[in-house]
Design a protein around this ligand. Structure first.
Ligand SMILES: [Zn+2]
Length: 389
């Protein structure tokens, strides 16, 4: 009888321990799991000051229309990219992807380095600027300069090409630098260009992607999209279309480089219809580095306003983005890959328990535990009172 009582007591204690211990252990497990790799030790060469001048260059090409699809400014910007990449390597392979949207001539621009490798990483950004500043309370019909929304990601791509090209012989990957036209003309309190959808350029590109690689011999490892990466107070979001194992790895890399404000532990969650979605639909693991630009208070309040100009661009933000992507490439593709264990091949797309659900579990489990203890204590008291009769 005593033995049965003791066993009963032990089971109860074990049960209570489980209920108390699991909520404590689980978050620790998540944190440990999140921190399972270390950046390889290598000097990063990406420079934010240089990149800043590439943002300014794009804006100054045409200060009347900036890079609106179908304008001279857009054409001049494509030519600017070609000039910059031919300065890197006069023989660089580039391909122009011409298409039309509602009979407006548009053009994506693609540069490739290390074509001898069959595995490809795509680094992408849109370069068109929005035709109308539809969120501007005073000048909604003026064009957006697009310093952040367009030019920042494109500028980072140019500097990344310069930096990575110099180390191309140590890299075991083919890299594409892909500039999209016609991303930013959809409806946001009014269309940028009437009847246009968002992300037209990337959709058209993926429709014809077979024309740009050999699908029998080449394959895509990943696609990383940079959108609005140069604004002041840079803080990236947990973008929900993105392949989470890829996005989480970029966040971890950035944090390890010390960029803990730009890559917070608890990022804002958002779902953005951006240029990476077409590549996800083509089954390429893809991630969007983007900020919280919507609603008030937006973390960068100049989205689709005339205030999206050079005065709200930060060299530091550009450098944070560039160095993180640079480190990502070295981690995964620098000669001696063995020392690094990231999430390659980024097939996993999971979402950690969202924080609200986690909080609920943390509250409910102890309540259940407490209820069990009370019931057990009551039954003991009742037994005792019965025994005393
Ligand atoms: Zn935009």
């Amino acid at each position: 009888m005593v033995l049965i009582k003791k066993t009963y007591k032990l089971i109860i204690i074990a049960f209570i321990m489980l209920i108390v211990v699991i909520p404590i252990i689980f978050p620790i497990f998540l944190l440990l799991n999140d921190n399972k790799f270390t950046n390889i030790d290598i000097e990063l060469h990406f420079n934010g000051d240089t990149t800043y001048t590439y943002v300014a260059d794009q804006i100054n090409l045409n200060t009347t229309h900036y890079r609106i699809p179908g304008t001279q400014g857009r054409e001049d910007c494509a030519q600017y990219f070609i000039t910059k990449f031919q300065q890197i390597d006069p023989a660089i392979n580039y391909m122009l992807h011409n298409f039309t949207i509602h009979s407006v001539d548009c053009q994506n621009v693609l540069f490739k380095i290390n074509e001898n490798f069959s595995n490809i990483v795509i680094l992408g950004a849109h370069y068109d600027s929005r035709a109308k500043a539809t969120k501007d309370s005073t000048n909604p019909d003026l064009p957006v300069p697009g310093a952040n929304d367009g030019a920042s990601g494109s500028a980072v791509l140019i500097q990344l090409a310069e930096v990575l090209y110099k180390r191309r012989q140590n890299l075991t990957v083919q890299i594409w630098f892909l500039f999209f036209d016609a991303e930013d003309q959809g409806d946001d309190l009014g269309a940028g260009i009437p009847e246009w959808e968002w992300v037209e350029g990337s959709k058209q590109f993926v429709l014809e992607i077979d024309n740009f690689y050999n699908s029998l011999e080449e394959n895509f490892d990943a696609m990383i999209l940079l959108d609005m990466v140069g604004g002041t107070n840079l803080r990236f979001i947990n973008e929900q279309h993105s392949t989470s194992s890829l996005l989480n790895e970029l966040f971890e890399i950035g944090r390890q480089l010390g960029f803990t404000n730009a890559f917070p532990i608890d990022p804002i969650v958002g779902t953005i219809e951006d240029d990476h979605v077409a590549f996800l639909n083509y089954r390429i693991p893809s991630a969007d580095l983007i900020i919280k630009f919507w609603n008030q208070p937006a973390e960068w309040p100049y989205h689709h306003t005339t205030g999206d100009d050079i005065s709200h661009i930060s060299n530091t933000s550009l450098e944070i983005t560039g160095k993180t992507v640079e480190q990502f490439i070295y981690n995964n593709y620098y000669d001696n890959i063995d020392e690094y264990q990231g999430n390659f091949p980024w097939r996993d797309d999971f979402n950690l328990l969202d924080s609200e659900l986690l909080m609920l579990i943390l509250i409910i489990l102890p309540i259940i535990g407490l209820a069990v203890v009370i019931l057990w204590y009551r039954s003991r008291l009742m037994k005792k009172s019965l025994e005393s009769y």
